[in-house]
Write a protein that binds this ligand. Structure first.
Ligand code: G
Ligand code: G
Ligand code: MN
Ligand code: NA
Length: 240
């Protein structure tokens, strides 16, 4: 409850920041891009995780201006990283319903190859509001940006529906790796490949997991084995 009243003030005071987790190509471990992850640097509580404030931001609608800020901040950082890298930005359901979204994304990628920006959406977002969501996704795709289905495997999307969504990337939720069932992991990686999607495995923490995924032909990964999310300065230092 305290955080709720504090969040508007935090936005105005510039207390939100983005951290950037490397996304690596699994064949060689090279960093190909970053996922932007929001943090709240609270003057008394320290760094607050999005798990603790994104739900409040969604309830209050503050996620719309916060998400717009994140999009501009992350694409500005993408310019600083240079043309070899990609950037992933998370979108929430409320943003997908915002009629200004397509306009905001177009403005954010001004002067950047649009394929270097990937917008991440969770399954539940896409499933909740089918007609309108698909129209927005189609309009975003028309800008040339890429779309990723995030947290795949935690929701309930029908596979037939998945094949009709205009997504380019499947991000396998880290619970797949944590479950330690090689056959299941092989099946979901194969599903992405069958749909001609880039597959990104999240939550890679061990060499053994990296090897397994590489052998399955999973293209990309993220996880503490490679790097935790980095401050903007540290992410720049990591690639330069
Ligand atoms: O960084 P961390 O693992 O604590 O992130 C927790 C969750 O918060 C993740 O599921 C992530 O998708 C979500 N999240 C992080 N940053 C953003 C953001 O900028 N916008 C939205 N909508 N969600 C975010
Ligand atoms: O839902 P989303 O995929 O956007 O969230 C990414 C979250 O996962 C971030 O909060 C990030 O800190 C966290 N994360 C990233 N890599 C790992 C990892 O290897 N292990 C665990 N447990 N969490 C991770
Ligand atoms: Mn994500
Ligand atoms: Na995820």
């Amino acid at each position: 409850l305290e955080l709720r009243t504090d969040l508007q003030r935090a936005i105005d005071a510039g207390e939100l920041e983005l951290h950037y987790q490397p996304v690596v190509r699994l064949v060689d471990g090279a960093t190909t891009g970053f996922e932007a992850l929001m943090r709240w640097r609270h003057p008394e509580r320290g760094l607050i995780s999005p798990a603790d404030f994104i739900p409040i931001a969604e309830e209050t609608g503050l996620i719309v201006p916060m998400g717009r800020w994140a999009l501009l901040e992350a694409t500005s950082h993408l310019r600083a990283l240079g043309s070899l890298y990609r950037m992933n930005v998370n979108l929430s359901a409320k943003q997908l319903q915002d009629p200004e979204l397509v306009y905001d994304v177009r403005a954010a990628i001004e002067g950047i190859d649009p394929r270097r920006l990937t917008l991440e959406l969770t399954e539940s977002i896409v499933m909740e509001d089918t007609g309108h969501a698909v129209a927005q996704l189609t309009a975003l795709k028309a800008l040339g940006v890429r779309l990723a289905l995030d947290d795949f495997g935690t929701g309930y999307s029908s596979l037939g529906y998945l094949s009709r969504l205009p997504v380019d990337v499947l991000k396998l939720d880290r619970t797949f790796l944590a479950c330690d069932e090689p056959n299941l992991i092989a099946a979901v990686v194969g599903l992405g490949q069958a749909l001609a999607l880039d597959v990104v495995a999240e939550g890679i923490e061990e060499e053994e997991q990296w090897r397994t995924l590489r052998e399955l032909g999973c293209h990309y990964g993220q996880g503490f084995l490679f790097s935790k999310p980095l401050s903007a300065a540290d992410s720049l230092a990591a690639v330069h």
